[in-house]
Design a binder for this molecule. Structure first.
Ligand code: SAH
Ligand code: DHB
Ligand code: MG
Length: 222
């Protein structure tokens, strides 16, 4: 089978799984629609990946979750849906406009009481969380600027406990991590290497089919 055939087959498999498990959900559809209308880039997690993360968060029995990179709140809806009613998701976003769109989407999803969107540079906001003793978080989902993934991993490790999950989005990037030619791919490769080598973590990089082939790094704090 040639590369194009494989690509088509992978896309068909992803679409099959999406249809199988994703009866139309008006809240998620509306979140994507409003994000698009508001001019946000179309770089949210895929429906299948959102579903996977929801499962992971529920399986972890998480009560407190942290997201780095909110965009329009599409992944936040999945994460927050896996939390109990008295759970907390803090989501960090540098862009005011993205945060506004996300807050509206989360409000419509009935999740405003669980999710707090904090606006600012995640580097600063993470330092504030550490300083304010706001950890530990049971799950951290890293999905902001790729160059900063190694730093976000360091900060995350200061905000977790044994048994917590650290997830990293876009860690295959169409295969660019295999032979990095630019800073984002280099930093992502470095992030994966650290997850693999850090004795405090036990992890895996899971390849995923999206618009292009990508991956989710899943690490458990030992
Ligand atoms: N998690 C979202 C997608 C996030 S896209 C979803 O799957 O639905 C990445 C987001 O990170 C963008 O909204 C971008 O504005 C934000 N971002 C980029 N650099 C950042 C930084 N330094 N601090 C906080 N947020 C940042
Ligand atoms: C892209 C996808 C993402 O999930 C992200 O966080 C950033 C960029 C992209 O496809 O370009
Ligand atoms: Mg992403």
């Amino acid at each position: 089978m040639n590369t194009d055939d494989t690509r088509v087959l992978l896309e068909e498999i992803d679409a099959y799984i999406e249809r199988l498990f994703e009866p139309s959900d008006e809240v998620l559809e509306a979140a994507l629609r409003d994000s698009r209308r508001a001019g946000l880039p179309d770089i949210n997690v895929s429906p299948n990946q959102g579903r996977l993360m929801q499962l992971l968060v529920a399986t972890a029995g998480a009560r407190r979750a942290l997201e780095i990179g909110t965009l329009g709140g599409y992944s936040a809806i999945h994460l927050a849906r896996a939390l109990p009613e008295d759970g907390v998701l803090i989501s960090l976003e540098i862009d005011d406009h993205h945060a506004d769109v996300a807050r509206n989407n989360l409000e419509r999803a009935g999740l405003s009481g669980i999710v707090e969107v904090r606006v600012g540079d995640a580097h600063k906001l993470l330092a504030d969380l550490v300083e304010g003793g706001e950890g530990p978080f049971d799950v951290v989902f890293i999905d902001a600027d790729k160059e900063s993934y190694p730093e976000y991993l360091d900060a995350s490790l200061r905000l977790v406990r044994p048994g917590s999950l650290i997830l990293g989005d876009n860690t295959i990037r169409g295969g660019t991590v295999l032979d990095p030619q630019e800073e984002t791919a280099r930093a992502t490769r470095e992030f994966n290497r650290r997850v693999a080598e850090d004795p405090r973590l036990s992890g895996i990089v899971l390849p995923l089919i999206r618009e292009r082939i990508d991956g989710l790094t899943i690490a458990r704090v030992v």
